[in-house]
Design a protein around this ligand. Structure first.
Ligand code: G4P
Length: 188
């Protein structure tokens, strides 16, 4: 992941790392397969029964991991506040990057009490998406076994804050700093 970011990532103003060439808008499918295998290696002994992510760009990675772990993938939908009924779990997620608040929703039939859920996403910044997904899993009476993230922006504090709270967070690359002079990755 680090090599791929250095070769193909692009730093944009506002501390945004553009990975549209291989992870977001265009997806490098060979690389995606490797991501899935690595997530499966990390969580193969955790008894994962389902993977949970949020639309849109978490879905591809979640599917790659779900295929390798042999479990289904569920994704939360955003902004369906007009269509909330009693058969859904609902929570709110603030996006620091997009300066918006989304209501995220998932149908109750897809996460059941007692399930062991692995949360997967492409980016981890302030951790708000992850907190929202954990909240839904808790509402369902299921357990979060951990999170697998493609790219963590370690200079924003979501990952460290969640680890301090006891959540297992595995990130395939952690950026400790990102400037136009270069990227510093956290040794792990
Ligand atoms: P947080 O959930 O960790 O608090 O992160 P934040 O609000 O900052 O990020 C919200 C959205 O912005 C997420 O996408 C996340 O993937 C994306 N994002 C954050 N930092 C970067 C970055 O440096 N580069 C790229 N490419 N994306 C970043 P989202 O709102 O879920 O939208 P979607 O793209 O998945 O549809």
């Amino acid at each position: 992941m680090e090599e791929k970011i250095l070769a193909e990532g692009e730093i944009l103003p506002g501390n945004i790392l553009k990975v549209g060439n291989f992870l977001n808008q265009q997806i490098d499918t060979d690389f995606l397969k490797e991501i899935g295998k690595e997530i499966a290696r990390l969580y193969k002994d955790s008894g994962v029964t389902k993977i949970f992510t949020i639309e849109a760009s978490g879905i591809a990675i979640a599917v790659a991991a779900g295929y390798e772990l042999g479990v289904p993938v569920v994704f939360a939908k955003k902004n369906r506040s007009d269509n909330i009924s009693g058969d859904t779990y609902v929570t709110k997620v603030d996006s620091f990057t997009h300066k918006t608040t989304n209501t995220i929703v998932v149908s109750r039939e897809f996460i059941k009490a007692g399930e062991k859920i692995l949360i997967v996403d492409d980016f981890l910044a302030n951790g708000n998406a992850l907190i929202g997904l954990c909240d839904i899993v808790k509402q369902a009476g299921a357990t979060v076994v951990g999170a697998a993230i493609a790219i963590e922006k370690g200079f924003q504090k979501g990952g460290d804050m969640l680890r301090e709270k006891g959540l297992r967070v595995e990130s395939l690359a952690i950026l400790d700093s990102m400037t136009y002079d270069g990227i510093v990755f956290r040794a792990q």
